[in-house]
Design a protein. Sequence first.
Length: 293
Amino acid sequence: MHFTGTVYRNPYWPTWPLLEITQGCTHNSCKFCTMYKEVPFRMSPMEWIEQDLQEIAAMDPNARTIQLLSANPLVLRYDKLAAIFEMIRRYLPKMEYIYLAGRVTDLRNKTVEELKALRELGMREISLGVESGDDWTLDRIQKGYHAEDILEQCHKLEEAGIDYWMTFLNGVAGKSHSREHAIHSAEIFSQCRPMLVGTGGLTLFPGTPLKDEAERGAFDPLNEKEMLEELRLFAEHLTCDCSFITHHTVVGSNLSGPHFLQRKEKILAALDHEIRHGDMERLAAIRRNKRTL
Ligand code: SF4
């Protein structure tokens, strides 16, 4: 198999085969991210993709699900994606469910009709690393799009019948804009119909511009209690009828699951309890030990 650099897989689909169709990230500019700093973006050669499919087919000819790598394979134009999906079907004829990650901007180069055609070829689920719905915050972290782009592109996915995830990056606006980041993100996410909203907490990794700014006093990171308060504010304003998962260190397993709206009050109560009684030192220690997003 051809894998370039560190492999990041969706931990919620641990048993699916992985197929690298692109390397790196086209954007590679988010101020908090270390994932693909050393890996220039390129599409994998079709011969590599074909060889890897032959290997997967030899191991699991009945595979029905597959996860495509790397950061944003969704950026490939319709015709390139369609050719790859057709090749997947040729080697794995029972394939039903192709999952891949992407940026909001990756959808700009595809029409709804093209997205529908890709769905017919198996593209069923997309994970969008949205991070915020607040324009100030999106500019601050150099995401490269604004809230109106999120709405426009997510509505295209809905029209095409493709399920998608949206992520919220807790803490990334710092103290000065925490409230706006939480509320505006919840408002924008709530105007979409994601199958799942996932939240992760900001860790300042060495080598990232945001960490450098924090060391110079130009970025004011939240402490653990403020992270929980921001997460609570986001959840309070979120009205999507979706699954909800959080990677938040200690409380995550109590909060994650389907039917967010049915569980919302319990989630808010669990967060209130953590805010009042949680061991913030322990949360900070867990975060300090994180090595990657
Ligand atoms: S967060 Fe995602 S889009 Fe941003 S640089 Fe990292 S991999 Fe690329």
